[in-house]
Design a protein around this ligand. Structure first.
Ligand SMILES: [Zn+2]
Length: 275
């Protein structure tokens, strides 16, 4: 197999640096990868600078994964071949970062009521790109309130009040349109084919202008891949996929078995060039 188009770094919720991701992809003998951190491009930009100085025969596709909602449900939309300099998409990234800051402040205020005093500046200092609850967990660990990140989640960050402070999402339509305006290809990441409104959603996302669907993912069995492939063919959507590697889930690696074929990649590339 050829290309892994869904990888996270420590610029969102992955644990490895862009440099480590590049060497893992090189060792897996992949030809193309996309770093698709949540709501930010910083890891991908850093990786492209490192790649230019390296002798890896690997191409980096500019990517991102947007956290979205449609109604009450959460969806993830991947953007590939994005122009990172496009104003529309840069504005969307800044808007999301401000919303993420607001939700972090709400959680810190709630913790303060429980006599847990954490500094907002310290929390954001852990984040290289998009900020989230793992960075609060790190500060809880740093201040000695807990002995591990897991304990921080179990003890402080999983109660219902905090769960109700939702991480910010953008609309699916908003994400698809911004990706399109930045000359990118939008892909529905890891869709749940078993959900009762799957067909309704895929049709409505297609109307919104989505270009493709992740068909290859370590989360799926072969049957589910076949079913998704058939649906994509019927709806004339490109097929994408990747490991969704974060570095912390057992058995999920950047590898040939979690990648897409050259012909699938070429179809995405062709579409990107024509858009
Ligand atoms: Zn992901």
């Amino acid at each position: 197999m050829y290309a892994d188009l869904h990888i996270h770094t420590n610029y969102s919720d992955g644990i490895y640096s862009p440099k480590e991701i590049l060497s893992r992809a090189h060792n897996a003998n992949l030809k193309k990868i996309a770093i698709t951190d949540h709501d930010n491009f910083s890891g991908s930009i850093e990786a492209s600078k490192i790649l230019k100085k390296s002798d890896f025969s690997l191409e980096l596709i500019p990517g991102v994964e947007f956290s979205c909602s449609d109604g009450i449900e959460e969806y993830h939309i991947i953007g590939l071949f994005i122009d990172f300099e496009n104003h529309e998409i840069k504005n969307l990234i800044s808007k999301m970062q401000i919303k993420r800051y607001e939700s972090i402040k709400k959680i810190l205020n709630f913790l303060e009521l429980k006599d847990i005093n954490l500094s907002f500046d310290n929390v954001i200092s852990y984040s290289k790109g998009s900020i989230g609850r793992p960075h609060i967990a790190l500060e809880l660990l740093n201040k000695g309130y807990v002995k591990s990140v897991n304990e921080a989640f179990e003890k402080f960050l999983s109660n219902n009040h905090i769960k109700n402070i939702k991480e910010p999402r953008m609309g699916v339509l908003e994400a698809i349109e911004a990706i399109k305006k930045s000359n990118g290809i939008s892909v529905w990441a890891h869709p749940n084919i078993n959900s009762s409104d799957f067909y309704e959603k895929i049709n409505s996302f297609k109307e919104f202008g989505i270009s493709g669907v992740e068909v290859h993912s370590p989360r799926y069995g072969l049957n589910r891949q076949k079913e998704l492939l058939k649906i994509c063919n019927e709806l004339n959507l490109v097929t994408s996929g990747g490991s969704d590697f974060h570095g912390m889930h057992e058995g999920i690696e950047i590898s040939q078995s979690n990648a897409i074929s050259k012909s699938e990649f070429d179809s995405i590339l062709k579409l990107a060039k024509s858009s």
